[in-house]
Every structure is written in C-alpha cells, then in structure tokens.
Ligand binder design. Sequence first.
Ligand code: NAP
Length: 482
Amino acid sequence: MIIGSGLSGLGTAIRLSQRGVTDYLVVERGADVGGTWRDNTYPGAGCDVPSHLYSYSFALNPHWSRSFSPQAEIEQYLRQVADRYGVRDKHLFDTTMTAARWIDADGRWEVDTSNGAFTADFVVSAAGVLAEPNVPDIKGISSFEGEIFHSARWNHDASLAGRKVAVIGTGSSAVQIVPSIAPQVERLDVYQRTATWVMPQLNRPYLAPERFAFQHVPGLQRMIRALIYIAREAFVVTQVKLPWTGLLLETVGRVKMWLEIRDPEKRRKVLPKHRIGCKRMLVSNKFYGALDRDNVDLVTDGIAEVRARSIVTEDGTEREVDAIVLATGFHVADSPTFNLYTGRDGRTVSEAADAEGYQMYKGTTVANFPNMFFMLGANSGLNYTSLIYIIESQINYVVDAVTTMRQRNLQSFEVKLDAQHEYNRGLAPKMARTVWVTGGCTSWFLDKHGNNSALWPDFSFRYRKLVRAFDIEAYETTAKTP
Ligand code: NAP
C-alpha cells in the first residue's frame, strides 16, 4: 500500500507496475494525483528548480513553456504521467489513511482509511514533507473576522483586490505570493520574522524553435538536464563542503538589494544576519521590487496579537487588515502523519522520534517499523536541486526491496538497530560542518532537538549510489510461513 500520490507515491506506483508488481493500492486524500503541486495554487506558485531537471527521468517533458515551470504546468504534467502509465485505476482518491499498525503475528500492516480497512505486506509512506500546513499559534488568531488562510490552502473565492492584506512569513512561498498580489491590493503588510538571502533567477519563456528542438533533437533535453544537474551540485560546495565560498553568493545578494530596493530602511531590514544557505535560499526577481512599492510595508516587529480586524505588533502598533495570508510553512519533522503509524513495539513514529531523535536508515527505513518505507524520510531532503532525483533513488530501493523479498520468499524485514545507528554516526561529522548547522539561523531543516534531520549532507549522486540496491544484510528478515 502506498500512502499519498504526489511525486513520490505516483513514481513508486509506476515503477512497481513496470517491474511487474501490480498488487498494490495507492491511497490519496485528495481528488487527484499531484501532492504539493495540486495543493499549492497560490498566486505566483512555481518551481525554483529549472524545468528540465524537475521531471521524472523516465518521463521527460519537451513541452515546458518556461525555464522554470509554473505550478499549473507541473500539476498537469503529473496528471498526464498518471494517465500515460495507466496507474490511475490503482488509486483510491478522496481516501484518508487514519491509522496503520504492524501486526507482528501476521507479519503485515493493518491500515485504516476513511474508505475501509486493508492489510498490506508493505507500506510506503509517501505522504509528503511539505504537506501539513503550519498554522502559527498567535494570540487571538482564531478571533480574526476577515479572510484568513494558509498559502497551501489558498481561498480563491476571497477577493484581495482593493483590500488591506497581511502576509505572514517571508519564505519561498511568500516571495512568490507578495509580488503577485502587491499590485492589486490597497495595502500589503509583509510580516518578516527572519530576513533570508534572495538570489536572482534566469526565468524566461521558451521560444517555439527551442520547444521544437527539445521534442525532435535526440538527446538534447537529456544533455541540458545533465548540465543543469551538474551546475546545481555546485551548491553542495557552498553549503556542505566549503561554506565560506557562500560569501561570493552573499555579495550577489547584497548587490541585488541595492539595485532593487530604493528605501534605505527597507534595505536595512532585508539584510540577513545568517550565512547564505543556512535557511533555504529564496529565488525571485520580483520580491524586493514588490517590497519597495509605496503600498507595501515590511514589518519586522514581532506579532503580539491578532484582533478581529487588525494585527498588533510587540511595539504596540495596530494595523487594520481585511485578509491574512499565512505563508508560515509546514510541519516537517513533526508531521502529524507520524502519529498514525504504530510500529512493532507499540510506539508511533512520533513517540520513537521523541525518545531517540528523528533518525532513519538511508533516509527511508527505520527500526521498529518492519516492511515500511518512508519516502523523503530523515536526512534525505535537498534544498538546492530537484528532489525528484532523491525520490527516484528511493523508488529504486523500494522496488528492489519488494522484489527481493518476494524472490527469496521472505515475509518481513526490519533494519538492524546497529546498522541504523552506524549509518547516522557516519552522517554526523558531515552535517556538523554544513552551513545549515553553523550558519547562525533556525530553519525547518532542524527538528525540536536542534538536529538537522531533514537534509542529505553530501552530493546527491552519493545518495543515489547508497540506495542503488536493497542491502538485505542490514536487515533482520523472517521467512514466509507456508
Ligand atoms: P518556510 O520556508 O518554512 O517559511 C515560513 C515563513 O513563515 C518563514 O519566513 C518563517 O519565519 C515564517 N513564520 C513561521 N511561523 C511564524 C510565526 N509564528 N510568526 C511569524 N512568522 C512566522 O515555508 P514556505 O515558504 O511555505 O516554504 C517551505 C518550503 O517549501 C521551502 O523551503 C521550499 O523547500 C518549498 N517551496 C518551494 C517553492 C519553489 O520551488 N519555488 C515554493 C514554495 C515552497 P522564520 O524564518 O523566522 O522561521
């Protein structure tokens, strides 16, 4: 059973089918495939990884309209991929997984859903990393009488034109929302808790001859994809290997501020206090220009309280507002999904993570949770290149594991605790020197213990090598009973 049909779940379904494993079911709470690209429909939503790299390797798309794809095109691409590979009838849409328990005596999972209960030999949790909106617990927020919604649950019925609007947060979502709505609203207050570095983007429409060439010149798209991949890996040097080289990028960021913001006060406020890359770098050619508009205010005083029609900051200023957009990110290491899986010893993933930290083996399996894979699990995220590269690497591992188990007539596998600990001990020194830990910031990469349990601290091709084949010797296995 696969939980979720975003990039990870859909890709796993397709790859399983291609390897002849067809007795699977995908449970998806939404009405269609697409995951984060189905849910994030806010104005300006798009991908800040180049289009040619942001697709499955087995389903390149020569029809991208721009060098960086807008959300609607990626969503449409995923729907078309689901149709082309004929996996739609393997899905139960509008079905929420509500609980899953490992039944040791049977060597299987019992999975409860809003559409009935199932048993499964293997569970693939592909529920998404950026899937559960973080709605901040600000005093009085529930008493707000205007429109209020999270960036990932955009209310398209709410008209913002000519209204007083507040955007809380200045992360990757906010830098796309703010320039998109600033020209139409009467006033826009952008509440920034932490300034983050913003980099320029070479985003342009593809010309018809280029699109023709992507479609008809053999190997052209693959070559461009490979070049983009290599160029993006250079960020590993600035973030992981030699963080001081980030100073060059910071110079670019400073010049950009000077060129794009006239107001010296706003320029001072947007200057980050941490090293570049510590928080995910923002990419936008329009964000600073939007902040510089006369109808936009950049508020850096902390929010003390939300009232029925206003927001009050800690300095006592009250700003009237008709609508609030919460661009406040997601629950990552504390995802509520982790409360739903109960492992062999009766603890949930959250309870185990509370006790031992949020750790996995090779970012995808974890002791006490037999026959289970977490897509984009602990320390397998990336923040500089296409996550699809990691997703496809993990899919190879999952498919190899399932087919190996069947070939050897095995019922269950569980990673050996020693193997899991040794693997994580190996990550620790690499992580210790990354800018994510040393750069002087907090971010969603860090769990509540302050450990970076989100990102992979090395080149992405090293991760792919690590999960190329299912290493059964790292697992305890049991045979199928006749
Ligand atoms: P995010 O990066 O986690 O940013 C959340 C923002 O909300 C931060 O500025 C944060 O401030 C602020 N915030 C959170 N709680 C707050 C509170 N109680 N009061 C005031 N401010 C608060 O979330 P996101 O922008 O949705 O992006 C999440 C991730 O999604 C990104 O890192 C990226 O991986 C992905 N994404 C990608 C794209 C793209 O490809 N273009 C677009 C959108 C999102 P602090 O910094 O102080 O915590």
